[in-house]
Design a protein around this ligand. Sequence first.
Ligand SMILES: NC(=O)c1ccc[n+]([C@@H]2O[C@H](COP(=O)([O-])OP(=O)(O)OC[C@H]3O[C@@H](n4cnc5c(N)ncnc54)[C@H](OP(=O)(O)O)[C@@H]3O)[C@@H](O)[C@H]2O)c1
Length: 252
Amino acid sequence: MTVPFDIKGCVALVTGASRGIGRACALQLAQAGAIVYACARSEDALRELAEASEGVRVCVLDLRDEVMVEELASEIMEAHGRLDLLVNNAGVLGPRASLDQTSAEALREVLEINVVGAFNVLSASYPALRAASLPRVINLSSSVGRKGRAQWGAYSISKFGLEGLSEIAADELGEDAVVVTLNPGGTATDMRAEAYPDEDPETLPSAEDVAQTIVLLARQLRADLSGKRFSSRALFDLAKESSDDVVELPTD
Ligand SMILES: NC(=O)c1ccc[n+]([C@@H]2O[C@H](COP(=O)([O-])OP(=O)(O)OC[C@H]3O[C@@H](n4cnc5c(N)ncnc54)[C@H](OP(=O)(O)O)[C@@H]3O)[C@@H](O)[C@H]2O)c1
Protein backbone atom coordinates (compact mmCIF):
# COMPACT_ATOMS: atom_id res chain seq x y z
CA MET A 1 0.00 0.00 0.00
CA THR A 2 1.52 3.34 -1.02
CA VAL A 3 -1.32 5.68 -0.01
CA PRO A 4 -3.72 5.60 2.93
CA PHE A 5 -7.18 4.10 2.41
CA ASP A 6 -9.76 6.49 1.09
CA ILE A 7 -12.62 6.60 3.57
CA LYS A 8 -14.91 7.84 0.79
CA GLY A 9 -17.27 5.02 -0.20
CA CYS A 10 -15.99 2.79 2.61
CA VAL A 11 -18.77 0.68 4.18
CA ALA A 12 -18.51 0.95 7.96
CA LEU A 13 -20.38 -0.35 11.00
CA VAL A 14 -20.01 1.45 14.34
CA THR A 15 -21.56 -0.05 17.46
CA GLY A 16 -22.52 2.05 20.47
CA ALA A 17 -23.11 5.11 18.29
CA SER A 18 -25.86 6.77 20.34
CA ARG A 19 -23.34 8.84 22.35
CA GLY A 20 -19.71 9.27 23.32
CA ILE A 21 -16.88 7.89 21.21
CA GLY A 22 -19.14 5.82 18.93
CA ARG A 23 -21.31 8.78 18.00
CA ALA A 24 -18.31 11.01 17.27
CA CYS A 25 -16.75 8.21 15.23
CA ALA A 26 -19.89 7.64 13.14
CA LEU A 27 -20.12 11.36 12.39
CA GLN A 28 -16.45 11.73 11.43
CA LEU A 29 -16.49 8.65 9.19
CA ALA A 30 -19.64 9.93 7.45
CA GLN A 31 -18.08 13.37 7.13
CA ALA A 32 -15.13 11.72 5.36
CA GLY A 33 -17.53 10.07 2.90
CA ALA A 34 -18.08 6.62 4.40
CA ILE A 35 -21.43 4.83 4.29
CA VAL A 36 -21.92 4.37 8.03
CA TYR A 37 -24.23 1.93 9.77
CA ALA A 38 -24.59 3.04 13.39
CA CYS A 39 -26.30 1.01 16.08
CA ALA A 40 -27.24 1.21 19.77
CA ARG A 41 -30.35 0.78 21.92
CA SER A 42 -31.41 4.44 22.37
CA GLU A 43 -33.88 5.19 19.61
CA ASP A 44 -34.15 8.95 20.18
CA ALA A 45 -30.38 9.48 20.20
CA LEU A 46 -30.03 7.46 16.99
CA ARG A 47 -32.81 9.42 15.30
CA GLU A 48 -31.01 12.62 16.24
CA LEU A 49 -27.74 11.16 14.84
CA ALA A 50 -29.40 10.26 11.53
CA GLU A 51 -30.76 13.82 11.32
CA ALA A 52 -27.29 15.22 12.01
CA SER A 53 -25.63 13.36 9.14
CA GLU A 54 -26.96 12.09 5.82
CA GLY A 55 -24.22 9.47 5.57
CA VAL A 56 -25.32 7.65 8.74
CA ARG A 57 -27.92 4.86 8.66
CA VAL A 58 -29.08 3.96 12.12
CA CYS A 59 -30.29 0.69 13.55
CA VAL A 60 -31.85 0.30 16.99
CA LEU A 61 -30.66 -2.93 18.52
CA ASP A 62 -29.27 -4.56 21.61
CA LEU A 63 -26.00 -6.32 20.80
CA ARG A 64 -27.06 -9.19 23.06
CA ASP A 65 -29.80 -10.04 20.55
CA GLU A 66 -27.93 -12.19 18.06
CA VAL A 67 -30.91 -12.44 15.71
CA MET A 68 -31.08 -8.65 15.29
CA VAL A 69 -27.31 -8.48 14.90
CA GLU A 70 -27.43 -11.19 12.19
CA GLU A 71 -30.19 -9.24 10.41
CA LEU A 72 -28.09 -6.07 10.39
CA ALA A 73 -25.02 -7.94 9.08
CA SER A 74 -27.17 -9.52 6.32
CA GLU A 75 -28.67 -6.13 5.45
CA ILE A 76 -25.18 -4.67 4.98
CA MET A 77 -24.09 -7.67 2.90
CA GLU A 78 -27.18 -7.46 0.70
CA ALA A 79 -26.89 -3.71 0.19
CA HIS A 80 -23.11 -3.48 -0.39
CA GLY A 81 -21.67 -6.98 -0.71
CA ARG A 82 -18.97 -6.20 1.84
CA LEU A 83 -18.02 -4.49 5.10
CA ASP A 84 -14.76 -2.53 4.97
CA LEU A 85 -14.62 -1.30 8.55
CA LEU A 86 -16.08 -2.57 11.81
CA VAL A 87 -15.69 -0.41 14.92
CA ASN A 88 -16.68 -2.55 17.89
CA ASN A 89 -17.15 0.32 20.32
CA ALA A 90 -20.26 -0.39 22.42
CA GLY A 91 -19.63 -1.14 26.04
CA VAL A 92 -20.78 -0.74 29.63
CA LEU A 93 -18.81 -0.07 32.78
CA GLY A 94 -20.61 -2.24 35.34
CA PRO A 95 -19.82 -1.97 39.03
CA ARG A 96 -16.49 -0.41 40.08
CA ALA A 97 -15.79 -2.92 42.84
CA SER A 98 -13.26 -5.46 44.05
CA LEU A 99 -13.79 -9.09 43.02
CA ASP A 100 -15.19 -10.06 46.41
CA GLN A 101 -17.75 -7.25 46.07
CA THR A 102 -18.78 -8.24 42.52
CA SER A 103 -21.65 -10.66 42.10
CA ALA A 104 -21.54 -13.36 39.43
CA GLU A 105 -24.73 -11.82 38.05
CA ALA A 106 -23.07 -8.38 37.67
CA LEU A 107 -20.07 -9.99 35.96
CA ARG A 108 -22.37 -11.91 33.59
CA GLU A 109 -24.20 -8.70 32.63
CA VAL A 110 -20.98 -6.90 31.71
CA LEU A 111 -19.57 -9.89 29.82
CA GLU A 112 -22.87 -10.30 27.97
CA ILE A 113 -22.52 -6.82 26.42
CA ASN A 114 -18.76 -6.20 26.25
CA VAL A 115 -17.73 -9.68 25.13
CA VAL A 116 -20.76 -11.62 23.86
CA GLY A 117 -22.17 -8.49 22.17
CA ALA A 118 -18.84 -7.78 20.44
CA PHE A 119 -18.60 -11.48 19.50
CA ASN A 120 -22.12 -11.37 18.03
CA VAL A 121 -21.25 -8.42 15.79
CA LEU A 122 -17.83 -9.68 14.78
CA SER A 123 -18.87 -13.24 14.00
CA ALA A 124 -22.02 -12.15 12.13
CA SER A 125 -19.84 -9.77 10.09
CA TYR A 126 -17.33 -12.42 8.98
CA PRO A 127 -18.94 -13.02 5.54
CA ALA A 128 -19.13 -9.28 4.75
CA LEU A 129 -15.63 -8.65 6.14
CA ARG A 130 -14.19 -11.53 4.09
CA ALA A 131 -15.81 -10.00 0.99
CA ALA A 132 -13.90 -6.71 1.45
CA SER A 133 -10.47 -6.25 -0.12
CA LEU A 134 -8.70 -5.38 3.15
CA PRO A 135 -11.27 -5.29 5.97
CA ARG A 136 -10.34 -3.44 9.15
CA VAL A 137 -11.75 -4.24 12.60
CA ILE A 138 -11.09 -1.86 15.49
CA ASN A 139 -12.13 -3.14 18.91
CA LEU A 140 -12.35 -0.53 21.69
CA SER A 141 -10.45 -1.88 24.66
CA SER A 142 -9.04 -0.25 27.79
CA SER A 143 -5.82 -0.03 29.77
CA VAL A 144 -7.47 -2.38 32.30
CA GLY A 145 -7.97 -4.92 29.51
CA ARG A 146 -4.22 -5.10 29.14
CA LYS A 147 -3.20 -5.00 32.79
CA GLY A 148 -5.58 -5.92 35.60
CA ARG A 149 -6.28 -3.24 38.21
CA ALA A 150 -8.02 -3.30 41.59
CA GLN A 151 -11.70 -2.23 41.65
CA TRP A 152 -12.18 -2.70 37.90
CA GLY A 153 -13.24 -6.39 38.17
CA ALA A 154 -16.07 -7.08 35.72
CA TYR A 155 -15.12 -4.38 33.22
CA SER A 156 -11.44 -5.35 33.29
CA ILE A 157 -12.24 -9.04 32.79
CA SER A 158 -14.51 -8.14 29.86
CA LYS A 159 -11.80 -6.06 28.16
CA PHE A 160 -9.28 -8.92 28.56
CA GLY A 161 -11.95 -11.02 26.81
CA LEU A 162 -12.19 -8.47 24.02
CA GLU A 163 -8.40 -8.47 23.58
CA GLY A 164 -8.59 -12.27 23.24
CA LEU A 165 -11.49 -12.05 20.78
CA SER A 166 -9.36 -9.67 18.70
CA GLU A 167 -6.35 -11.96 18.64
CA ILE A 168 -8.49 -14.91 17.57
CA ALA A 169 -10.18 -12.92 14.79
CA ALA A 170 -6.80 -11.57 13.61
CA ASP A 171 -5.56 -15.14 13.28
CA GLU A 172 -8.77 -16.45 11.68
CA LEU A 173 -9.21 -13.67 9.15
CA GLY A 174 -5.53 -13.97 8.26
CA GLU A 175 -3.38 -11.69 6.15
CA ASP A 176 -6.34 -10.43 4.13
CA ALA A 177 -7.69 -8.47 7.13
CA VAL A 178 -6.50 -6.19 9.93
CA VAL A 179 -7.95 -6.70 13.41
CA VAL A 180 -6.64 -4.48 16.22
CA THR A 181 -7.59 -3.14 19.63
CA LEU A 182 -7.57 0.52 20.58
CA ASN A 183 -7.36 1.85 24.13
CA PRO A 184 -8.92 5.32 23.96
CA GLY A 185 -7.64 6.29 27.41
CA GLY A 186 -9.68 8.52 29.71
CA THR A 187 -12.18 10.38 27.51
CA ALA A 188 -14.87 12.89 28.44
CA THR A 189 -17.97 10.71 28.02
CA ASP A 190 -20.84 9.43 30.14
CA MET A 191 -18.95 6.22 30.89
CA ARG A 192 -15.93 8.10 32.21
CA ALA A 193 -18.17 10.33 34.34
CA GLU A 194 -19.76 7.19 35.79
CA ALA A 195 -16.30 5.81 36.65
CA TYR A 196 -14.91 9.11 37.99
CA PRO A 197 -17.87 11.26 39.12
CA ASP A 198 -15.66 13.93 40.74
CA GLU A 199 -13.41 14.48 37.72
CA ASP A 200 -13.60 17.65 35.63
CA PRO A 201 -14.31 16.45 32.04
CA GLU A 202 -12.62 19.60 30.72
CA THR A 203 -9.29 18.04 31.74
CA LEU A 204 -9.80 15.07 29.40
CA PRO A 205 -9.56 14.53 25.65
CA SER A 206 -12.98 14.63 23.99
CA ALA A 207 -14.84 11.85 22.19
CA GLU A 208 -14.08 13.77 18.98
CA ASP A 209 -10.31 13.59 19.72
CA VAL A 210 -10.55 9.81 20.12
CA ALA A 211 -12.75 9.47 17.03
CA GLN A 212 -9.98 11.14 15.02
CA THR A 213 -7.62 8.35 16.08
CA ILE A 214 -10.16 5.75 14.90
CA VAL A 215 -10.37 7.50 11.53
CA LEU A 216 -6.55 7.56 11.43
CA LEU A 217 -6.43 3.79 12.04
CA ALA A 218 -9.16 3.21 9.44
CA ARG A 219 -7.04 5.04 6.86
CA GLN A 220 -3.61 3.80 7.82
CA LEU A 221 -3.91 0.20 9.08
CA ARG A 222 -1.94 -2.28 7.00
CA ALA A 223 -2.18 -6.08 7.03
CA ASP A 224 1.12 -6.47 8.92
CA LEU A 225 -0.41 -4.56 11.87
CA SER A 226 -3.14 -7.15 12.43
CA GLY A 227 -3.25 -8.43 16.00
CA LYS A 228 -1.53 -5.28 17.34
CA ARG A 229 -2.69 -3.03 20.18
CA PHE A 230 -2.94 0.74 19.87
CA SER A 231 -3.60 3.64 22.25
CA SER A 232 -5.28 6.89 21.26
CA ARG A 233 -2.87 8.93 23.40
CA ALA A 234 0.03 7.85 21.15
CA LEU A 235 -1.98 8.67 18.01
CA PHE A 236 -3.42 12.13 18.78
CA ASP A 237 -0.67 14.10 17.03
CA LEU A 238 -0.70 11.89 13.92
CA ALA A 239 -4.50 12.02 13.81
CA LYS A 240 -4.53 15.82 13.83
CA GLU A 241 -2.03 15.93 10.94
CA SER A 242 -4.33 13.72 8.81
CA SER A 243 -1.47 13.01 6.37
CA ASP A 244 -2.10 11.85 2.80
CA ASP A 245 1.09 9.77 3.06
CA VAL A 246 1.43 6.41 4.72
CA VAL A 247 2.56 6.99 8.31
CA GLU A 248 4.22 4.74 10.86
CA LEU A 249 1.67 3.93 13.58
CA PRO A 250 3.08 3.45 17.11
CA THR A 251 1.82 0.22 18.71
CA ASP A 252 1.60 -0.59 22.43
N1 LIG B 1 -14.62 6.97 28.02
C1 LIG B 1 -13.48 6.45 28.46
O1 LIG B 1 -12.74 7.08 29.25
C2 LIG B 1 -13.05 5.08 28.00
C3 LIG B 1 -11.79 4.61 28.41
C4 LIG B 1 -11.37 3.35 28.00
C5 LIG B 1 -12.19 2.60 27.16
N2 LIG B 1 -13.40 3.07 26.75
C6 LIG B 1 -14.21 2.22 25.85
O2 LIG B 1 -14.62 2.98 24.73
C7 LIG B 1 -15.90 2.53 24.27
C8 LIG B 1 -16.86 3.71 24.17
O3 LIG B 1 -16.98 4.27 25.46
P1 LIG B 1 -17.76 5.64 25.76
O4 LIG B 1 -17.01 6.28 26.85
O5 LIG B 1 -18.06 6.36 24.50
O6 LIG B 1 -19.11 5.03 26.41
P2 LIG B 1 -20.59 5.63 26.52
O7 LIG B 1 -20.60 7.09 26.32
O8 LIG B 1 -21.15 5.06 27.77
O9 LIG B 1 -21.30 4.94 25.26
C9 LIG B 1 -21.44 3.54 25.21
C10 LIG B 1 -22.21 3.17 23.96
O10 LIG B 1 -22.43 1.74 23.99
C11 LIG B 1 -23.81 1.50 23.70
N3 LIG B 1 -24.27 0.25 24.30
C12 LIG B 1 -24.17 -0.12 25.59
N4 LIG B 1 -24.78 -1.29 25.78
C13 LIG B 1 -25.29 -1.68 24.58
C14 LIG B 1 -26.04 -2.79 24.13
N5 LIG B 1 -26.42 -3.78 24.97
N6 LIG B 1 -26.39 -2.86 22.82
C15 LIG B 1 -26.04 -1.87 21.98
N7 LIG B 1 -25.33 -0.80 22.34
C16 LIG B 1 -24.97 -0.69 23.63
C17 LIG B 1 -24.52 2.72 24.27
O11 LIG B 1 -25.76 2.92 23.62
P3 LIG B 1 -27.21 2.61 24.24
O12 LIG B 1 -27.14 2.81 25.72
O13 LIG B 1 -28.06 3.56 23.50
O14 LIG B 1 -27.46 1.18 23.84
C18 LIG B 1 -23.56 3.84 23.89
O15 LIG B 1 -23.82 4.27 22.58
C19 LIG B 1 -16.36 1.46 25.27
O16 LIG B 1 -16.08 0.18 24.75
C20 LIG B 1 -15.50 1.74 26.49
O17 LIG B 1 -15.31 0.59 27.27
C21 LIG B 1 -13.84 4.29 27.16
